[in-house]
Design a protein around this ligand. Structure first.
Ligand code: NAP
Length: 498
């Protein structure tokens, strides 16, 4: 049983807990064992409209609250998340399915991000620069934009909302938040803690419901100038199209098909640990998960054999049990999709080295479990090496020389994370330069981002924005350039100083 009481929840709009206008609801259940986590409002356009109206009204005042004071609310929130870390971690193992250590890491990321962004309240740096004219001062300042539509996935159900909501708030915006339908209880707890931290009424609102109803309405709403979405590439394209009419700012963090390159001089023990952690952690359901290993032909057989042994020794089970290595995948549709790629891999001529099965012995039959799966003899163009499977399926690809390895790593539509294991500093620096990705790790797997550096990807992983670090502020602010002429005369730039 989850420690959080199972109950019926409501939307939070204008500081009030309210049902969906339709009165309809949906259930959140555990992917680990089918347990009922809670019941949530199945909202629609009317609920979104009310939340946006509340956020718009609250913006008029929140934008004027001094930024350091807005930051103090985030400090209080970060402390509350810290105080509730054990409970949130436990709830995450039940509602989303991650194993305990990773669920704790997800919560910790929100704590780190909220403290970090709270500190931005005393920075939000702009620039001052000399004028080309006498007796004239000039500077640039960050301005809040308005109501931010926040749409998040289920795979980092506490961390990702913090990546978006913390910078949005410190910059002076207000928020309408639609969490993923698979993890509404975690979204709910996030907002309850913000409320407890003292966020004024209407500044943060949560509207539960489906992407097609709540998400789409938010994206199209005329009073929501910014949409920030983390999700799949297909959803990103839909959102971009829906927002185009009103030329909204759209911030997209989408899929990945991340690779680890293992050179012939790599520390193989280290590479093995990095691969297993990156490929099978969170059951492969991270945007930065490793789904391809590009390995030098001279070490291919040794690495493949050791990977098979280690993958087969991994214990599947519910995330809350201490000895579980791999938890469930998120739902039945995901399980079917992952399993269908095993057939696709076989049909395309790859060799199934281990796994490739739904795990349903004993209590596992109550949930959605898939065995860690390893394909060998994979060619770079095969579908299992090109498409995001978002499960515990890993492809091994051979290479002969370094240029080949980089080309294979780059030969995909996505550009999120990348990695190389080598002891040669020259090779490491060439990889840092040539890998087409927003993130490159040297001698580590493809996961492990920290909150104070930019996070995001190149190519079709996104549309050029970044979360985290100071880069996140660019999504949630507009630059204003201010010129102050104290000469008492009309001075014309580009003309009077020529
Ligand atoms: P998803 O199906 O695209 O859903 C993401 C969010 O968008 C959910 O809240 C969903 O609502 C909503 N949505 C769906 N259709 C919509 C529409 N037409 N308009 C507006 N909103 C809509 O993705 P997911 O399965 O939750 O997450 C997995 C994906 O996220 C993977 O592709 C992964 O790589 C990516 N991801 C990327 C990053 C990154 O930073 N680059 C991080 C984590 C995950 P419902 O839940 O109600 O369907």
């Amino acid at each position: 049983m989850a420690t959080t009481e199972t109950r019926t929840h409501q939307n939070y709009i204008a500081g009030e807990w309210v049902d969906a206008a339709s009165g309809e609801t949906f259930d959140s259940t555990s992917p680990a064992d089918g347990e009922l986590i809670g019941t949530f409002p199945r909202s629609g356009a009317e609920d979104v409209d009310r939340a946006v109206a509340a956020a718009k009204e609250a913006f008029a005042e929140w934008r004027l609250v001094p930024a350091p004071k807005r930051g103090e609310v985030l400090f209080r929130f970060a402390q509350l998340v810290t105080d509730n870390k054990v409970e949130l971690t436990d709830l995450m193992t039940h509602e989303m399915g991650k194993v305990k250590a990773e669920a704790g890491g997800d919560v910790q990321e929100a704590i780190d991000m909220s403290f970090y962004m709270g500190g931005e309240g005393r920075r939000l740096f702009g620039q001052t620069t000399p004028s080309e004219l006498r007796d004239k001062f000039q500077m640039s300042v960050r301005m809040p934009i308005g109501v931010i539509g926040v749409i998040t996935p289920w795979n980092f159900p506490i961390a990702i909302p913090s990546w978006k909501i913390a910078p949005a708030l410190v910059a002076g915006n207000t928020v309408v938040f639609k969490p993923a339908s698979d993890t509404p209880a975690l979204g709910q707890r996030f907002v309850e803690l913000l409320d407890e931290a003292g966020v004024p009424k209407g500044v943060v609102n949560i509207v539960h419901g489906g992407g097609g109803a709540v998400g789409d309405r938010l994206v199209r709403h005329p009073d929501v100038p910014v949409i920030t979405l983390t999700g799949s590439r297909d959803t990103g394209v839909k959102v971009l199209e829906a927002a185009a009419d009103r030329l909204k700012h759209v911030h997209l963090e989408l899929g990945g098909k991340n690779a680890i390159i293992v050179m012939d001089d790599a520390d193989l023990d280290l590479a093995l640990d990095g691969i297993l952690w990156s490929a099978f952690g969170t059951s492969g359901q991270r945007c930065t998960a490793t789904s391809r290993v590009i390995v030098h032909e001279s070490v291919y057989d040794r690495l493949a054999a050791r990977l098979v042994d280690r993958a087969e020794a991994m214990r599947l089970g519910p995330g809350w049990e201490d000895d579980t290595d791999v938890g469930p995948v998120i739902n039945g549709a995901a399980l079917e999709k992952i399993h269908s790629y095993t057939q696709i891999g076989r049909d395309d001529g790859a060799t199934l080295l281990t796994g490739g099965e739904i795990a349903d012995e004993g209590d596992l039959a109550k949930g959605f479990y898939y065995r860690p799966t390893l394909f060998g003899d994979v060619e770079p163009g095969m579908r299992i090496a090109q498409e995001e499977i978002f499960g515990p399926t890993l492809s091994l690809i051979r290479f002969r020389d370094e240029a080949d390895a980089i080309r294979i790593s780059n030969g995909i539509r996505y550009g999120l994370s990348s990695s190389i294991f080598t002891r040669d500093v020259n090779r490491a620096f060439r990889a840092m330069r040539d890998l087409e990705a927003g993130i490159t790790y040297i001698n580590a797997g493809t996961i492990g981002a920290e909150v104070h550096l930019p996070f995001g990807g190149t190519k079709e992983t996104g549309n050029g924005h970044r979360e985290a670090g100071q880069a996140a502020l660019d999504v949630f602010t507009e630059w204003k350039s201010v010129y102050v002429d104290y000469s008492g005369t009309l001075q014309r730039a580009q003309i009077d100083n020529a």
